[in-house]
Design a protein around this ligand. Sequence first.
Ligand code: ADP
Length: 379
Amino acid sequence: MAQVRLESIGKTYPGGVRAVDGVSILIEDGEFIVLVGPSGCGKSTTLRMIAGLEAITDGEIRIGDRRVNDVAARDRDIAMVFQDYALYPHMTVGRNLSFGLLRRRQYSSRLRSLLSGSYRANRRKETGAISDRVARAADVLGLGDLLDRHPRELSGGQRQRVALGRAIVRDPSVFLLDEPLSNLDAKLRGEMRTELRRLHRQLGATMVHVTHDQEEAMTLGDRLVVMKDGIVQQCGPPVELYREPVNRFVASFIGTPEMNFLEGVIEEGGVFTSGSVRIELPKGRWPSVSVGQQVTLGVRPEHLERVADSDAMFTGEAEVVEQLGDRTDVILVNGNHRMTARIASGSGLREGDSASLRADLSQAHLFAVDDGENRIATK
Ligand code: ADP
């Protein structure tokens, strides 16, 4: 296993698209890192540059203690798993698992035996080692009973497991996973997430995983790298990104339903106002804000509760009420304002009813109204 170090790497595609810009990440040996962000933010390009499938325009990539900028993909000691599995349809599962190794070995063992003159003995030994590896990977992934089937005789989840198995048998320093769960239905995706976590624990492998799905990223990653327009916005453990997003983009991207944002101004007495909404901010929580400053208040749906009208910070009409069993998601509308709240079930709230909400301001955020929309520091 190995550490991966990206130092200010960048990619400009022919035609001038700057897909990745100044990305620096130190991925620790054995860490599970997830690159996450909306479509087109540069995640796959970053992954493909680590893999060596895409040349880098600037910066440096190191795998272990080796600078790999100019090392060919096949010599980087990585294994990549793709969204579309890329299995050989005419080969059995067992053959799919061993094929890459056999092909790779053929060349090196022929070369060595030509030099040593013991082609047959070498070949037997290496074939034995390969079947051991295949058997172990099949065991880890529960593929033992499927080794004689063809890909068309497998479910989507099983196919993805074979694709993972093919990476495992190579025993690479680094696993690179490009949206490997995107083709699976929701339930299978959940199962495969658990499986990937288990696999990571079991192998102790360095893994870099790409997804546009923030929930998948949160559940899988030791750390997440949130990207936008080719630039890293924030890098940290899931809970840190959830609790302390550095800017409005990260705040809105992490968490479902999405955080509510109210654009307004700070008035005398530390009162935040946005149209008809007036909220008295806790004294001293945001020491740097001043009267007249334009700010955005961010409140997560789960930090809102339904209260009596007299305690309300926000009152509106329920436009949508989604009963989810253990909880209810509602969207309240009042003029230009919309607030999503996640409230306890069983309140009997129906679409069209009026309801009042109160926010837990100790969990709320203020963002500056400027280019970066950075989070304003709390005390
Ligand atoms: P993501 O994986 O986050 O969806 P990509 O890394 O695939 O994003 O793409 C980042 C940007 O680079 C996008 O604007 C995309 O259109 C562009 N891009 C990707 N591949 C190429 C290419 N081969 N040639 C030109 N532009 C590309």
